[in-house]
Write a protein that binds this ligand. Structure first.
Ligand SMILES: [Zn+2]
Length: 119
């Protein structure tokens, strides 16, 4: 059995607060400080990759914007793994969109060339 550090009343082994006086128990305090709070930053390359890929849906200058989206997203995903940063999901989405717009651009290019060669 454990006793309250403040009032000395019997309390259960795992209680953080005393049910009698409400005082925070020492063990509970230790357990709380042992919990390491890790704040991670969002990787900017992942964000840039996603923005570029989204932009390439509407405006893909010579297919470059879509490819840049893939490059930035890839770089961001790698950095997320190395530095344990957030944004891997954003980078993955950016990469998928970038690949899609690049494929569409190439298909559009092939289509345009085949139309032109008809005449
Ligand atoms: Zn107490």
């Amino acid at each position: 059995m454990k006793y309250c550090v403040n009032c000395g009343k019997e309390i259960s082994e795992d209680s953080v607060y005393c049910p009698n006086c409400g005082a925070v128990q020492q063990e509970g305090m230790v357990a709380q400080t042992n919990t390491v709070v890790v704040t991670t930053a969002t990787n900017m390359n992942c964000v840039a990759g996603l923005i570029l890929s989204c932009l390439s849906i509407f405006f893909n200058l010579f297919g470059v914007i879509g490819i840049m989206g893939i490059i930035f997203s890839n770089k961001g995903i790698e950095e997320c793994k190395q530095r344990n940063e957030n944004g891997e999901v954003l980078g993955s989405i950016g990469k998928v969109i970038g690949i899609c717009t690049t494929i569409l651009f190439v298909l559009g290019l092939i289509f345009s060339v085949s139309i032109l060669s008809w005449y």
